[in-house]
Design a protein around this ligand. Structure first.
Ligand SMILES: N[C@@H](CCC(=O)N[C@@H](CS)C(=O)NCC(=O)O)C(=O)O
Length: 211
């Protein structure tokens, strides 16, 4: 049994989709970020960084989105979210999940939370422009990768890396140049959004679709 501490549409989203793909039994606990639920002392005992997601596995809390994606995929090999151990696809799978966690996720963090860095409006404007540029450069790289090696990040088979990527793409929907402005990424989004797990996720999190 799993318990996912989540907030709709945030970093917990891909973990939630993985739980649905796995067909796991899980319990959802909403963390109200607007009301500061992530800073509640009881929650900080589970997730000292004060972030979502947190996943309880047999009552033990675990954090970090990328790690949770790898843990769930490995615990449930039958769901096919991780390639076989020691295969070259497995190495590529680690590569892309860690790449997303090290590049896109922190860039989006600074895009959405500029006050992590500064309260000064000018500094925040410089930061926004730098993060936009960084994110757009990454979309170009991934778009080229999908054109050459798609339809999914690892080729023919969808994996946990794709669940992470679609979440990150969704986060760009209100940016000046969203991920879906790139043609391979646009087709990729349509493919993943057609999956029952995505549709179920949107219903359970009360998410409005994105075009
Ligand atoms: N490195 C963490 C970052 C998670 C993160 O930044 N979560 C955001 C939502 S997308 C959050 O909890 N924001 C609330 C806050 O920081 O106060 C992870 O990958 O799990």
């Amino acid at each position: 049994m799993y318990t996912l501490y989540y907030s709709p549409g945030t970093a917990s989203m891909c973990v939630h989709q993985a739980l649905i793909e796995i067909d796991a039994k899980y319990h959802l606990v909403l963390v109200d970020l607007q009301a500061g639920g992530q800073r509640d002392p009881a929650y900080l005992r589970l997730n000292p960084g004060g972030h979502v997601p947190t996943l309880l596995i047999d009552d033990t809390p675990f954090t970090e989105t990328a790690a949770l994606m790898m843990t769930l995929s490995t615990r449930h090999p039958e769901a096919g979210l991780a390639p076989a151990e020691n295969s070259s696809s497995r190495a590529a799978w680690y590569q892309w999940i860690v790449y997303f966690a090290n590049t896109l996720q922190p860039a989006f963090r600074l895009w959405f939370y500029p006050t992590d860095i500064s309260d000064d409006a000018n500094t925040q404007a410089v930061l926004a422009s730098a993060m936009q540029r960084k994110i757009e450069t990454i979309w170009s790289r991934i778009d080229a990768h999908l054109q050459a090696h798609g339809p999914y990040m690892l080729g023919a088979q969808i994996s946990a890396a794709d669940l992470m990527l679609i979440m990150l793409m969704r986060w760009s929907r209100n940016m000046p140049k969203p991920a879906t402005d790139w043609s391979a990424l646009r087709q990729y989004a349509a493919r993943i959004k057609a999956r029952p797990s995505w549709q179920e996720l949107c219903v359970r999190e009360g998410l409005i679709e994105w075009a």
